[in-house]
Design a binder for this molecule. Structure first.
Ligand code: UDP
Length: 267
């Protein structure tokens, strides 16, 4: 690892030069950040789980015809991806009100939205990734109209597919963030799905209990983040039952009680 050329280190991943031109290795770290990196910590084993979950999701999206940067997983923490020029826009899809939209518009968390919303945020840490309108994207030339057409139609398809995929395992896809990149072929370029899709960038609620199975456990100091990420992987069929340890059953009840302000259920 040390002899490879590092291209970039982000909050949750490191990018290294890949073995062939036009490829990159994504290394998934256990580091977690929230609130524009004001809160920092580690979620043990997160990198390993996110690598697996993202591989699974990207492979399934490729099956329905979504072009993605994913080539193959290399090992526990690394995957080989196509090198792209990241479009400087975070695309957020929302099915249910949660997080920043609640604060911004005074909505109650958990309120289903009348229809799926797409929001765009300008990727700029110094500015705290501000919410922008499509007008800004065109005005400042962050992406062409054709690219935005492709991005928004892919985003809607991805949301529809993922809502079904998660519903099948009793998880509600509340909202999530996507990033796209330009893949160049001579003078021509097209946008493809890039980055990762994992509980770091999604809100995933258990359908029955409402339990949060995503990074909000870290953001809101709910505890149980490792178990929650593993639970998502387990339900997706990516972990063997024995990976939970012999006889160990996932139990978020102590965290759940903290969440709801009620004492843990005695067993
Ligand atoms: N999100 C993300 N990275 C960001 C901002 C948001 O992955 O830099 C994801 C986040 O996990 C959630 C969705 O996008 O699933 C919507 O986030 P929101 O705007 O509510 O912001 P937050 O409450 O996370 O600050």
């Amino acid at each position: 690892m040390s002899r490879r050329r590092q291209i970039y280190e982000g909050k949750a991943k490191i990018l290294y030069e890949g073995p062939e031109p036009g490829t990159i290795i994504q290394y998934f770290k256990d580091d977690a950040t929230a609130f524009n990196a004001e809160k920092q910590g580690t979620i043990n084993g997160k990198g390993v789980i996110n690598n697996r979950i993202s591989e699974h999701v990207f492979a399934r999206l490729a099956h329905i015809g979504i072009p993605t940067h994913f080539i193959r997983r290399l090992n526990m923490r690394e995957q080989l991806v196509r090198q792209v020029e990241i479009v400087p826009i975070e695309v957020v899809l929302r099915n249910v009100a949660a997080g920043s939209i609640c604060k911004r518009l005074g909505l109650e968390e958990g309120e289903p939205l009348p229809h799926t919303l797409i929001e765009y945020y300008y990727k700029d840490d110094a500015l705290g990734d501000p919410l922008i309108a499509e007008e800004h994207i065109a005005c400042f030339n962050w992406a062409s109209q054709e690219e935005m057409h492709d991005i928004s139609s892919m985003a809607i398809r991805i949301n529809d597919f993922l809502c079904g995929m998660f519903a099948a395992i009793d998880i509600r896809l509340v909202d999530f963030k996507l990033e796209f990149g330009r893949l160049f072929d001579g003078d021509y370029s097209r946008v493809i799905l890039a980055d990762e899709i994992s509980p770091d960038g999604c809100r995933l609620w258990d359908m029955k209990s409402g339990e949060k199975l995503d990074k909000d456990r870290f953001r809101r100091d709910l505890g149980g983040e490792e178990e929650a990420y593993r639970e998502v992987a387990r339900r997706l069929g990516l972990l063997n039952e024995e990976d939970n340890g012999p006889g160990e059953v996932l139990d978020l009840s102590s965290h759940r009680s903290r969440l709801r302000g009620t004492p843990p259920v005695k067993k």
